[in-house]
Design a protein around this ligand. Structure first.
Ligand code: TPP
Ligand code: MG
Length: 638
């Protein structure tokens, strides 16, 4: 293929073959030059996968560079996000809103070419990748969305595929096992993943820590596996594999390519250091020499290559222009006023907030494009839907999705569903297991994906299951994630308020809900709760202000029956724009929440909470023993 010492090649577009190999070499040049200029970045995998990217963007993907939001475009996800320069090179070359100057600003402050691809920041990027395994699971979520929408709205409007490139790291991560298993069970035939099987990770050869047989592994999940071995430089062979994967609409497909990181560098091919150590000048020069590119020119992009890719990037433009159908017109509307009135008329009755949440969800899902379910806790977490089928390959357009015992994948699949556009996902598990989803929750917050989590069993009040199932640090640790809306309603009415907020919010919301019944309170207010915090009970001369959330609000109201205190219900920190109307600095304030106290000093002088793990016993006993009681509040104010 390449011979050492070949002459600098004169670009000639006479035969397609010549121009295509030149195109691939130009990508490889950019993949070296950008990290070199930035003194940071990952060229090795971008270089090795240049032929694959070339085939995808010039022969396979249906997209229009001028219309990155074309609803029916194929989705492309670079799960191996460290190879971002590969995606940026393709976006630039095919005519997205990314210039060569942007490429030269790779990894610089406020540039359009950040270290890892970021959705919403650079046009043409579908999801934010970098944390390995997430992009792969996002692709699974997108395939659920695509199939669901195709069934709902017809293939004349929705009819596309989801492509993802993943590496050894992606497929080593646990989340890939969860997501691949789910995708196999769901028979997501429009999902095509390409495994960059280069036998290299950062520590060295994969043999150090990975010996999975990817073929057997994915076949066992129920995928079609297409192993093209050493054909990573053979663009026709790559195209054939992609077409074969496309033809199989019954099963998700994995294409395995045995690539060589850093190829065609004479010294660094197959070397772990090709992953992320920026090549030296001499190493770049000798690699360019091998390819016949000018050795002393950085970011070499001849006009023939520009022309070739611009043509590829606009091939489907007329189709994109003709497509006016938008999922925005089909999202549906929601109205929770009936549910609100019902609970307002039931003051004094008791209902668990997880149950009230389920009522809100069912009401909303009746009229909204929504997919809901739990990680094998669908009934327990208030995410069961009545009057709709569960989603399967036989029935892709139901609204109930059983994620199985796969919290982490559930989180990332929800992100994929949301970022595909057109459907709002709702997912439930016990609050304590939100830890299993945390990397996906963080990405939902970072990308402002519109997802709704139903986190139930929200305190040591869960009781007998003991400390493994009793959350203490989870509420606060979720509040620590920037951009995540966390709402812990005090009763059924505040739960309606929480749902109203979540449905209107263009980002992720975590609902923190009780397993146990809670009284529907006289003083809770659906409108005020949407402000984050409000005075729910006052006294003409209060000695202290109690600030409580969730189940602790009724505890504080009970306490207020016999004490001169003001009580504030504070379902959400993030919604509170100003605490001025709540503050009364002349009297002490006490926070009361059945969780760690870390952080509450921001709002209160004294903090009642639980700074230890819980214990197995009936829930009310555990609450009392761990100091969520009147005595502790009394101690705090005196
Ligand atoms: C969850 C997570 N852990 C660790 C990393 C750091 N990291 C970046 S790439 C990489 C592995 C590289 O191996 P592979 O996926 O095979 O990529 P290649 O070097 O072949 O490009 C690691 C561990 C990460 N990005 N995400
Ligand atoms: Mg690798």
């Amino acid at each position: 293929m390449y011979g050492l010492g070949s002459e600098v090649r004169k670009p000639m577009a006479e035969t397609n073959l010549d121009i295509e190999s030149l195109c691939i070499d130009v990508i490889r040049g950019i993949a070296m030059d950008a990290p070199h200029k930035a003194k940071s970045g990952h060229q090795g995998t971008a270089m090795a996968l240049a032929p694959l990217a070339h085939v995808l963007f010039s022969r396979v993907l249906r997209y229009s560079a001028e219309h990155p939001d074309w609803v029916n475009r194929d989705r492309f996800i670079l799960s191996a996000g460290h190879a971002s320069i590969l995606q940026y090179a393709m976006l630039y070359l095919t005519g997205y809103k990314l210039s060569l100057d942007d490429i030269k600003e790779f990894r610089q402050w406020e540039s359009l070419t950040p270290g890892h691809p970021e959705v919403g920041h650079t046009e043409g990027i579908e999801v934010t990748t970098g944390p390995l395994g997430q992009g792969f699971a996002n692709a699974v979520g997108m395939a659920i969305s695509e199939r669901w929408m195709r069934e709902q709205y017809g293939s004349e409007n929705i009819d596309h595929r989801i492509y993802a490139i993943c590496g050894d790291g992606d497929l080593s991560e646990g989340i890939s096992h969860e997501a691949a298993s789910f995708a196999g069970q769901q028979k997501l035939g429009r999902l095509i993943c390409i495994y960059d099987d280069n036998h290299i990770t950062i520590d060295g050869p994969t043999e150090l820590s990975l010996q999975d047989d990817a073929v057997k592994r994915f076949e066992a999940y129920g995928w079609e596996v297409i192993d093209i071995g050493e054909s990573g430089e053979d663009i026709d062979e790559i195209e054939k594999a992609l077409n074969k994967a496309k033809a199989n609409e019954e099963l998700p497909s994995l294409i395995i390519i045995r690539s060589h990181i850093g190829f065609p560098s004479p010294t660094l091919t197959d070397s772990p250091s090709a992953h992320g150590y920026a090549f030296k000048d001499s190493e770049i020069a000798e690699t360019k020499q091998v390819m016949g590119l000018p050795q002393n020119e950085q970011f070499y992009v001849p006009q023939d290559v520009v022309k070739f890719y611009k043509e590829a990037g606009s091939r489907h433009t007329s189709e994109a222009l003709l497509s006016t159908w938008s999922p925005k017109d089909h999202l549906g509307t929601w109205n929770l006023d009936d549910v609100q009135s019902e609970y307002e008329s039931k003051v004094g009755e008791t209902v668990a907030t997880r149950v009230a949440s389920g009522v809100c969800l069912n009401k909303a899902a009746g009229t909204l494009a929504m997919i809901a379910g739990g990680a094998d806790l669908t009934g327990n977490t208030g995410t069961a839907l009545s009057g709709t089928d569960h989603i399967s390959s036989d029935n892709p357009s139901g609204k109930q999705l059983f994620f199985g015992v796969r919290e982490h994948a559930m989180g990332a699949i929800m992100n994929g569903i949301a970022l595909h556009g057109g459907v709002v996902p709702v997912g439930g598990t016990f609050l304590v297991f939100s830890d299993y989803m945390r990397p996906a929750i963080r990405l939902a917050a970072l990308t402002q994906a519109k997802v709704i989590y139903s986190f139930t069993h929200d305190s040591v009040g869960v009781g007998e299951d003991g400390p493994t199932h009793q959350p203490v640090e989870q509420i606060m640790s979720l509040r620590a994630i920037p951009g995540l809306l966390v709402i812990r309603p005090a009763d059924a009415k505040e739960t309606v308020a929480a749902w109203k907020t979540a449905l209107a919010h263009n980002g992720p919301t975590a609902l923190i809900l009780s397993r146990q019944n809670l009284p529907i309170l006289e003083g809770t207010d659906v409108r005020k709760a949407q402000d984050g915090a409000y005075i729910i009970h006052d006294h003409e001369s209060p000695e202290a202000t109690l600030i409580a959330t969730g189940s602790e609000v009724s505890l504080c109201l009970d306490f207020a029956n016999n004490h001169a205190v003001r009580v504030i219900s504070m379902p959400s920190w993030e919604l509170l724009e100003s605490e001025d109307h709540l503050a009364d600095n002349s009297i002490p304030s006490v926070s009361v929440e059945a969780g760690i106290t870390l952080g509450w000093s921001r709002y209160a002088d004294v903090n009642v909470g639980i700074d230890r793990f819980g214990s197995s016993a009936p829930g009310d006993v555990v609450m009392d023993k761990l100091g969520i009681n009147h005595e502790a509040i009394q101690d705090a104010i005196s």
